[in-house]
Design a protein around this ligand. Structure first.
Ligand code: F6R
Length: 595
């Protein structure tokens, strides 16, 4: 993760860098730092902690008039969060910020830098020392030579005191965009520079960009010039603020109905589907993703298998990429990713393509690498998601999967036509049911007051209910730091039930009306051992528990979309009562661009 930024030819670099870093803090918040060139000399300021700590530090110093600079916000991979390990790193006349992991940093140090004293515990520092070592007089040549020595992933922004009018950027397997406006700009994420630019270029792996005041030139690692065409860039889609909400997470939970409505309407209208896909029925489909997107994939499997009668394998991307997956031209692979930059998901996509599979990605960020490398893209329309814990993007991913499931069933003739028409209507109205589900917030607040002190919780469900349980469990643990586990309800009795004691919290998801009586037995089993069970269910399906959260009736296939809402709100309110940093939970970052 980490976010990098650079600018050149601006009136004052410091505010541009700080503004951009604030917008990229979701990428990591262990430390931040900037470096600017002032009259050809490097001035660096870096600090452990949030960008706010850096801003405080900068306020105590004289304001710089520098027009060129680089900045960094860190998610620590090598070396603890500290002032020393914060970027930028410097060696001689070079200063550099880095996003990624240099996997061969130890070998490179032994090979080239035996006598160089390292000031930090980072992998990054090796790169800046290599630049210094390899440079005779051209920074560009030193960068190309260094880049070829490095293994792993890197996006760099580099300044060199002997060429103070140029900013150098490099991309290899870590995201990086550059753009033109009143000056030139570079960043890990378009959002960081969107207000400064009118023209955007997405860099590809193996490319170097040289940013002068008013132009950008591109090279490959052999220093051949490259001609690039600008990317389509919509400024308006990058505004994000908390509105009247205390946290982005709450605002985004409330934006979920709109995210669903926009996603569905983009691909399904009164004339039917508008997907631009002509699928032939495959033998098997793979769905690959990480974290919450993986949990959306679990729901997708139920939908595809039920409607389209295709066997589906759902894999976490970090496992898929190294598993010699049984994927070929006959097995389409669906990648789900909010950011479209998750390193494991991107690697899985490339692995699938290498094996000849057609790839479809469900992505929220149009300009992302996963979107640009997939054969087909189904864009979710959740808008920018800022809170680290995903909510509305997850909701939009579910809708995209429902759309695909119904579309496949219609194309393959695997479900009753009238039923499919009913489903389409229900999907068009799903946002209304999700909106109505938000009415449970007052009940949730009371439950949160009672549960705020618990040290563990179990989430159970059957079928799609287990997928919902998995997502609910992840939400609560990641933002409140309560130990949570999700179990297929019928599996509890095979071991985990021994952990149930008096007053252990169990949350039971009843998404499958047909299996409600089976879930009821599992609820009774844990209650008779002392558990306090909160059941989440739709109005049309009765469940006996210590407390029930009843949600509006919804088509059973879409029940996870309404039932996830109380779990998102519960996590939010418990975390708030525990005083947790909701939008930026410890140790996490939103866009996981390292393995
Ligand atoms: C959890 C969460 C993560 C992401 C995961 C994948 O709330 O947000 O588990 O779902 O890191 O990220 P994307 O969807 O960007 O690939």
């Amino acid at each position: 993760m980490c976010g990098i930024i650079g600018c050149n030819g601006v009136e004052s670099a410091v505010p541009v860098l700080i503004n951009g870093l604030k917008k990229m803090e979701y990428r990591g918040y262990d430390s931040s730092g900037i470096a600017v060139l002032c009259k050809g000399k490097t001035v660096t300021e870096k600090k452990k902690g949030r960008v706010a700590a850096l801003v405080k530090e900068l306020e105590r110093k004289a304001n710089s008039e520098a027009q060129i600079g680089i900045g960094h916000t860190r998610w620590a991979t090598h070396g603890e969060p500290s002032d020393e390990n914060a970027h930028p790193h410097q060696s001689g006349k070079f200063t550099l910020v880095h996003n990624g992991i240099i996997e061969n940093h130890t070998k490179l140090k032994e090979q080239y830098l035996k006598l160089t004293a390292m000031k930090s515990g980072t992998d990054t520092e090796v790169a800046v020392h290599l630049l210094n070592r390899f440079c005779s007089d051209s920074c560009l040549e030193a960068i190309a030579h260094t880049a070829k020595q490095l293994e792993g992933s890197f996006a760099f922004a580099v300044m060199y005191e002997d060429e103070p009018e140029k900013l150098f950027c490099v991309r290899q397997a870590s995201p990086l965009v550059v753009g033109l406006g009143e000056g030139t700009f570079a960043a890990s994420d378009t959002a960081a520079i969107s207000e400064n630019i009118h023209t955007l270029y997405r860099m590809n792996d193996g490319e170097i960009a040289v940013l002068e005041k008013d132009r950008i030139s591109f090279y490959d690692f052999e220093l051949n010039r490259i001609t690039k065409t600008p990317d389509v860039f919509e400024k308006s889609s990058y505004t994000a603020d908390k509105g009247s909400c205390e946290h982005f997470m709450l605002k985004e939970i409330y934006e979920q109905p709109e995210a669903i409505r926009r996603t569905v309407e983009a691909y399904l209208n009164e004339n039917g589907f508008d997907l631009g896909l002509k699928p032939a029925k495959p033998e098997r489909i793979f769905i690959v993703a990480c974290g919450s997107a993986y949990h959306a994939g679990l729901v997708g499997r139920r939908v595809f298998e039920t409607l389209a009668k295709i066997p589906v394998s759902v894999e976490t991307a970090s496992e898929f990429r190294y598993s010699e997956p049984l994927v070929n031209e006959e097995t389409p692979v669906i990648i789900i990713s909010q950011s479209g930059e998750t390193a494991d998901s991107l690697a899985a996509l490339r692995e699938a393509k290498k094996r000849g599979a057609k790839t479809l990605s469900i992505v929220n960020v149009k300009e992302s690498t996963i979107a640009s490398e997939s054969d087909f893209v189904l864009l979710t329309r959740a808008g920018p998601e800022i809170a680290v814990a995903t909510t509305k993007a997850y909701g939009a991913q579910l809708s995209a999967l429902y759309l695909l499931g119904i579309y496949f069933a219609e194309s393959f003739g695997t479900a009753d036509k009238n039923e499919l028409e009913e489903m389409k209507k229900a999907l068009n109205d799903l946002h209304k049911s999700v909106s109505a589900a938000l009415n449970c917030e007052e009940q949730i607040k009371e439950i949160a007051h009672r549960l705020k002190g618990i040290d563990r919780a179990y989430f159970i469900g059957r079928g799609a209910g287990f997928a919902a349980a998995s997502e609910g469990s992840l939400k609560l643990k990641e933002i409140s730091y309560i130990h949570c586990e999700a179990y297929a309800a019928g599996e509890m009795k095979h071991g985990t039930i021994s952990l149930i004691e008096k007053d252990t919290t169990v949350i039971a998801m009843n998404t499958q009306t047909a299996l409600a009586h089976k879930l009821q037995s599992n609820i009774d089993e844990v209650r008779s051992r002392g558990a306090r069970v909160i059941a989440v269910t739709s109005a049309d399906s009765k469940i006996n528990a210590d407390e029930t959260i009843t949600l509006p009736e919804v088509h059973p296939l879409f029940a996870v979309s309404t039932q996830i809402v109380p779990l998102q709100l519960l996590s939010y309110h418990i975390a708030r009562l525990r005083g947790c940093d909701i939008d930026k939970p410890r140790n996490l970052a939103k866009s996981v661009t390292v393995e």
